[in-house]
Design a protein around this ligand. Sequence first.
Ligand code: 9EB
Ligand code: ZN
Length: 266
Amino acid sequence: AEWGYTKRNGPFTWAKNYPTAAGIRQSPVDIDTALATSDSSLESKPLRWKYVPQNTRTIVNSGHGWRVDVDSEGSELVGGPLEGTYKLQQFHCHWGSSSDKGSEHTVDGQSYAAELHLVHWNSSKYADCGEAADYPDGLTVLGVLLKVGAKNPELQKVIDLIPSISHRGEKTEVKEAIDPAKMLPKTLSYWTYLGSLTVPPCNESVTWILFKEPVEVSEEQLAAFRSLRCYKRGEECPCDEVDGLLISNYRPTLPLGTRELRECGS
Ligand SMILES: C[C@@H](NC(=O)c1ccc(Cl)c(S(N)(=O)=O)c1)c1ccccc1O
Ligand SMILES: [Zn+2]
């Protein structure tokens, strides 16, 4: 059966069909801030990005959440821990059934209400995202912690489209350009470590860059995320979630193990 986030098909069952999920370079992890080492090489190469808002093409209900697919051309992410140039492929979000949980990464054991992921692939070395996902330096994800607060105007453009992708497999054009850069925090300090996709097949091919400063989102906006359904229109609800609502889609943390956790900026 398809993987998901319920007791029957959730994170603790993934290793059965996706053995990499039981690996030693898995994500997310708890960020133990006392363990983080600041690294002058990170300070000397500031993280730089360029996005083209008009290139945000479609939003889809993948059955695991909403995802905005982007035309990678014209985008770039360089610097920090990265070698070469990475291009934006898509962005999506993870959340919980209530706003006391929902982020994938935790900080000193603390969960946030949600977590935004901007997925990039190494266009210096690979032909596309799919190929890049098979290599240890293939992907980079910018992670943004979301906490409850003011309504987020840029994310509101995503929320406004949710009613038209209420069921799995539904997708719609993004008419009003969404600027991924506007969803990033003001201060650019971050933690970085080597990890994986937090969804099956959990490839160990992600350089994680998690911004330290959370960004605000309102309770109503989080509630809109939870109104997505994990099954197709016309089909009965397969998952034993409350009438198939995608009320939670985050993976619990895995051990950092012997991996290095570096930080840049206070
Ligand atoms: C299908 C699933 N995720 C991905 O497609 C995905 C692909 C590459 C990466 Cl690197 C990641 S991740 N989480 O490691 O950044 C997630 C998904 C999850 C949540 C919401 C919508 C949605 O489509
Ligand atoms: Zn994600």
